[in-house]
Design a protein. Structure first.
Length: 189
């Protein structure tokens, strides 16, 4: 990574992005959004990390797949898939196995994961990625304990963990209710 300009996931994520679809957990209850549009270049004009990484580019070529901008997977635990270089440090660091290598469960191009169901049976072992086209997906985002271990170890700084982003998830899902002043909905008679 020496000499590369690191552009972490935007501090103001998900502002400026829109949900482009869901990645659903097969339990029928949980899902997370994929936010886009994706990016092939960073705000400073440099190539997004996954587009600059030689291992990632070679893996796409070996598969015969075209590398395209993907966006950000997750909301409270958000992984910028255009910055993710499949290092796996986040997978190794997470004490509650929020992440899985999505391709170890469904070996499909990342651009095709929208509206697919995943059981969460993919590998949560750093070295078990299919190849460098694989991405760490926060399939168990709902299990996050907010320890920030993944954020601190991600080499390209592609992860943002922010519990307050729940409002963006709820707004996208159509379940957001803004609590106004007045009666306390949690007060007991």
């Amino acid at each position: 990574m020496r000499g590369e300009c690191i552009m972490p996931i935007a501090e103001n994520f998900p502002e400026g992005l829109k949900p482009i679809g869901k990645i659903m957990h097969s339990d029928g209850e949980h899902y997370h959004f994929l936010w886009g549009p994706g990016k092939s270049t960073n705000s400073n004009g440099s190539a997004a990390e996954a587009f600059a990484n030689e291992n990632v580019k070679a893996a796409y070529k070996a598969r015969g797949e075209t590398q395209v901008p993907l966006g950000v997977s997750g909301t409270m635990v958000a992984v910028d898939w255009d910055s993710c270089v499949a290092d796996g440090a986040c997978i190794e660091a997470c004490p509650v196995q929020v992440f899985q290598w999505y391709r170890t469960e469904k070996d499909i191009p990342a651009k095709d994961v929208v509206d697919k169901k995943f059981a969460g049976t993919g590998s949560s072992v750093k070295e078990e990625r299919k190849d460098y086209t694989d991405k760490a997906d926060p399939i168990r985002e709902h299990d996050c304990i907010w320890c920030m271990a993944c954020v601190s170890v991600c080499p390209p700084q592609a992860i943002k963990v922010d519990q307050s982003n729940l409002q963006y998830h709820e707004k996208a899902a159509g379940t957001y209710i803004k609590l106004e002043g007045g009666e306390n909905p949690h007060a007991h008679d």
